[in-house]
Ligand binder design. Structure first.
Ligand code: ADP
Ligand code: MG
Length: 378
């Protein structure tokens, strides 16, 4: 069920996207978006919108649900995927879609290609949709938030990942080159190689071990801890060199549990090398070895990814001549998106727990090629 391929991007009209986006907007304040509200936001005729909403439910881009107080529509993962893919194809960042190459615990990974036929990696972040069951008892912010938090979490996760990758690449770290992002999707360089977990033999085990430990220390000297530095998030290129991936959960070395996270990253590598290569070394870095010389943590925080999201939404509203003031006023008392995210992931364990159920949500299977002539026009 629910399998969709990107061919549908061609068939969706500008009005379809307008209605999808209206639901996205409405979900900022409503668990379920009534058709009437969608109509107001989309600024289209009610009858027309009604028909489009039905149509998009059929394609599983939206779902219609009965709420306690009223019924309404919500975006599905696939609907959200289409909104992002639409923007990325419009910008020319991606032109065609290839195979799914990974199902991470928090993402789906696809090969895509740009207009020059260069293969790229597309990561769709999937967070938070079901996590609130788990956190609810601990924190009550969900009560004044809405069930659309998965949109925010996935989106902020992608934005953070992009920001960290950029900051790391700028400093010469071996990470995939970040290319573009929209909503919950990040487009980055495709690493030619495979994850360390698939590697059974390396030319020089000791050298690789040293290099990885050195990376952990260098990251910390720049103010950050990867937080999930393990054989699944280290790619080994065809030339044997490591590339680090998967950054949404990165934490600052100022975090109250920084030392524990740092040690966990170090121990992941030690354990893996012992298990896989029978290699043990007395030498491994400790938190005390760090000498901070830079602040990627502060830079990413200050880059205002939350503000950027707000700006995007405002741009959309302005460009589409949509008056959304009334809705926006209701938001004043809510946390900033950054706060929501920090609340949610100030503890990496929380992040992990959010991610467990999400494999169920993989509704999109992208395999059809499509080319410029079939791109959706707006
Ligand atoms: P998750 O957060 O779900 O763990 P990852 O970023 O770790 O997602 O990616 C999951 C898998 O997808 C990786 O283990 C790797 O095999 C593949 N992958 C991710 N990014 C790239 C990339 N840039 N190039 C090639 N493969 C990648
Ligand atoms: Mg990973």
């Amino acid at each position: 069920m629910g399998k969709l391929d990107v061919k549908i991007l061609r068939y969706l009209t500008p009005e379809d996207f307008r209605v999808l986006t209206a639901i996205e907007m409405g979900m900022k304040n409503h668990e379920l978006v009534p058709a009437l509200l969608a109509t107001q936001i989309a600024n289209l005729r009610y009858g027309g919108v009604h028909k489009l909403l039905k149509e998009m439910c059929k394609h599983k881009l939206l779902s219609y649900e009965r709420g306690k107080r009223y019924d309404g529509y919500r975006l599905t993962n696939a609907g959200y995927d289409y909104l992002a893919l639409k923007v990325l194809t419009q910008r020319g960042t991606i032109r065609s879609f290839g195979n799914q190459i990974g199902v991470g615990k928090e993402s789906n990974i696809y090969i895509v290609a740009n207009e020059e036929q260069t293969s790229l990696c597309l990561k769709l972040h999937r967070l938070g949709r079901t996590c609130f069951r788990n956190i609810k008892g601990k924190r009550d912010y969900h009560q004044h938030r809405h069930s659309a938090s998965w949109l925010y979490l996935s989106r902020i996760s992608a934005t953070r990942e992009f920001a960290y990758m950029k900051a790391l690449l700028d400093r010469g770290f071996p990470v995939p080159k970040p290319i573009d992002f929209n909503r919950h999707c990040v487009v980055m360089e495709l690493v030619e190689g495979g994850p360390l977990c698939n590697i059974n033999e390396v030319d020089n085990v000791e050298a690789l071990y040293d290099e990885l430990m050195d990376l952990i220390v260098r990251l910390a000297n720049h103010g950050v801890i990867h937080g999930d530095f393990n054989e699944f998030n280290i790619m080994i290129k065809d030339d044997g060199k490591p590339v680090i991936i998967d950054f949404p959960q990165m934490v600052s070395t100022e975090h109250e549990n920084a030392e524990a996270y740092f040690e966990r990253d170090v121990n992941c590598i030690r354990d893996f090398f012992k298990r896989r290569f029978g290699y043990e070394s007395e030498l491994y870095p400790t938190f005390q070895d760090i000498s901070r010389e830079d602040s990627i943590d502060a830079e990413v925080k200050a880059s205002g990814f939350a503000k950027q999201i707000e700006k995007e939404i405002d741009t959309f509203l302005t460009e589409n001549g949509i008056d959304y003031k009334e809705e926006k006023d209701n938001e004043d008392s809510e946390d900033s998106e950054e706060e929501i995210y920090e609340n949610c992931v100030d503890n990496i364990e929380d992040l992990k727990c959010q991610l467990k159920d999400l494999q169920l949500q993989n509704e999109i299977v992208v395999k059809e090629e499509f080319n410029a002539s079939t791109r959706v026009s707006v």
